[in-house]
Design a protein. Structure first.
Length: 318
């Protein structure tokens, strides 16, 4: 081969290198343009959306966050966590001695959730101590739910202390029926559950309770009314409002500490010293409580829940 003759293989490699070099130069040029654009862009904080990327439906979801002054590249002022208008009440799902549960629309995330709250606006001297106890109990329930991450226990989403003095938390909204209602319907229709189906439901309940016990928590109110069966077969152990933490010293922190008002400081002291709100007498549902719980609710142990599970099993197969 003559000296000036080009090897075809070398020619191919040379062309490939030139192509890669050109692509690299193009990338560098594009990078420089983007860098200059970012350097010249106005400094903003938060989330920036282009107005023409929002559909009419999306603008409805954002609601009042978009105003006539908003233009291309304007900043969207999302509501804060403590915004009392974030949740729109749609209906009341249930009410009890400690609070009320609503089905609400989360305007920030565009979904329906369950919201539990109590009203602390009544500050008369006669009810102050009772309100403090209810605040402590609701806060305790939220702390308990936050520790129970199990597929058969409703998850906690958020807890809030509002400026109005109300405390509330949100959790998953379960669409379905209680085990008691399902058993009643099946009996009325003369179409009882198959044994395997009941055993499957009961085992899921047992797994949730066993997990709670492993986390040092006793439910204290297990019964068919507090077991929900979802529309797609999900099983949930509900209502941890009177659950007991066997090691309460592990939960010294509280959302209530964020407020520096005299009232909240007093509540905070109660939270750090649960003995000041010690349960006296029995607490739970007669018919599902073991003798020791009937005598003194504060002396319950995981075996108290096991007793209730046995009663539930009996009800299922009556």
């Amino acid at each position: 081969m003559e000296k000036n003759e080009i090897n075809p293989k070398e020619s191919y490699l040379a062309k490939a290198l030139l192509k890669e070099e050109k692509a690299l130069l193009d990338d560098l040029s594009q990078y420089s343009k983007v860098k200059r654009s970012l350097q010249n862009a106005p400094k903003t904080e938060g989330i920036v959306l282009e107005e023409d990327t929002l559909t009419a439906e999306e603008k409805t979801v954002f609601g009042s966050s978009l105003s006539q002054k908003d233009s291309l590249g304007s900043q969207i002022p999302f509501p804060q966590d403590s915004d009392p208008e974030r949740y729109q009440i749609l209906e009341t799902l249930g009410a009890g001695a400690m609070g009320v549960v609503h089905r609400v629309q989360d305007r920030l995330l565009g979904r329906e959730v369950a919201l539990k709250k109590i009203n602390c606006q009544n500050s008369s001297k006669e009810n102050t101590k009772k309100q403090e106890a209810l605040l402590w109990r609701l806060n305790q329930e939220a702390c308990i739910l936050s520790r129970l991450e199990h597929p058969n226990i409703t998850p906690l989403y958020e807890m809030q202390l509002l400026g109005s003095g109300e405390i509330q938390f949100t959790m998953r909204k379960v669409d379905g029926k209680t085990l008691r209602n399902l058993l009643k319907e099946k009996k009325e229709q003369n179409n009882p559950f198959e044994e395997n189906t009941l055993y499957s439901i009961f085992l899921k309940v047992c797994e949730a309770v066993a997990y709670a016990h492993s986390r040092g928590i006793v439910h204290r109110d297990l019964k068919p009314d507090n077991i929900m069966i979802g529309n797609y077969g999900e099983v949930y152990v509900m209502d941890w409002g009177i659950a007991k933490m066997l090691h309460p010293q592990d939960s010294s922190s509280s959302i209530l500490q964020r407020n520096s008002s005299d009232k909240t400081i007093k509540i905070q002291n109660s939270l750090l010293d649960p003995s000041s709100l010690k349960t006296v007498g029995s607490i739970g549902t007669v018919g599902y409580m073991p003798p020791e719980q009937l005598e003194c609710a504060s002396q319950v142990t995981p075996t108290s829940d096991i007793y209730a599970l046995g009663k539930i099993l009996r009800v299922c197969f009556l």
